[in-house]
Design a protein around this ligand. Structure first.
Ligand code: MF3
Ligand code: CO
Length: 248
């Protein structure tokens, strides 16, 4: 069952989303070569709490941190720790917030200093695929139009669209129905309605779409070891079209 949100509930989700976006802005200003992924996590947790929100990921199904920090071939769910960030790497940071029981969820991939042309094209294409997907988040469209928009933009660059992880509905729970795949037919899925709120999150690989889980039980990496990018926004479907809630 897809839970529709009232205008009042979307107003609360705007607050959660705004704090998530401000957190990622802060990460963008702070992240640099020489930092550890645990330092990023500390900055994220302090920032979220000092803005009156709760870090949504902390202890979620046993997840031990407030941010996911995923470097290069790590796709998502990288657990922060002693790993040092280096120049030339791309680092995906995913954060979640809770405000008045409602969730916000957003992710961005950051370039650390100069990066290869391939990584740059991967990041740009992933961001572009998210924007194209958001533009399909309109009442009367099918959910599959969101999925197909991502897939088309990623695959025409020759990139792999991750199949094993998907976006999701979001509200009083971080993961609600429907699932939001980044691949599939534009004719599939439920019709979009005003009041739906979706976390749209393309995970795009430079090489194969195939991924595997590391022995820590969380970190997802590409099967071929090539880099991956991830951008995510929480988006409400309104009478006037898509509204990105995760903006500062
Ligand atoms: N954006 C991710 C998701 O929607 C974040 C979950 S990380 C977890 O699945 F640690 F909280 F699980
Ligand atoms: Co998400």
């Amino acid at each position: 069952m897809i839970v529709l949100k009232t205008a009042e509930e979307i107003e609360i989700m705007r607050r959660a989303g705004r704090i998530a976006a401000m957190t990622l802005d802060m990460v963008g200003e702070s992240i640099e070569a020489g930092m550890t992924t645990a330092q990023i996590d500390m900055l994220v947790e302090d920032f979220i709490r000092s803005h009156g929100a709760i870090p949504a990921f902390k202890n979620y199904q046993g997840y031990p941190a407030s941010a996911c920090v995923s470097i290069d071939d790590e796709v998502v769910h990288g657990i922060p720790g002693r790993r040092v960030i280096h120049e030339g790497e791309i680092v995906s940071v995913d954060v979640g917030t809770i405000v008045d029981k409602f969730y916000g969820d957003s992710a961005r991939t950051y370039a650390i200093g100069p990066i290869s042309a391939d990584k740059k094209r991967l990041m740009d294409t992933t961001q572009k695929s998210l924007q194209a997907a958001i533009d399909k988040a309109r009442k009367g469209n099918r959910l599959g139009q969101i999925s197909a928009a991502v897939q088309q933009i990623a695959e025409r660059e020759g990139f792999g669209v991750v199949r094993q992880l998907v976006g999701h509905g979001i509200g009083r729970k971080m993961h609600e129905e429907p699932q939001v795949p980044n691949f599939g037919s534009a004719h599939d899925g439920p019709e979009l309605e005003v009041g739906m709120v979706l976390a749209i999150e393309p995970m795009i690989n430079l090489g194969t779409y195939d991924v595997k889980t590391m022995p820590d039980g969380w970190t997802i990496v590409t099967a071929d070891g090539r880099p991956s990018a991830h951008f995510e926004h929480t988006v409400a479907i309104t009478e006037d079209g898509p509204e990105i809630l995760t903006v500062a």
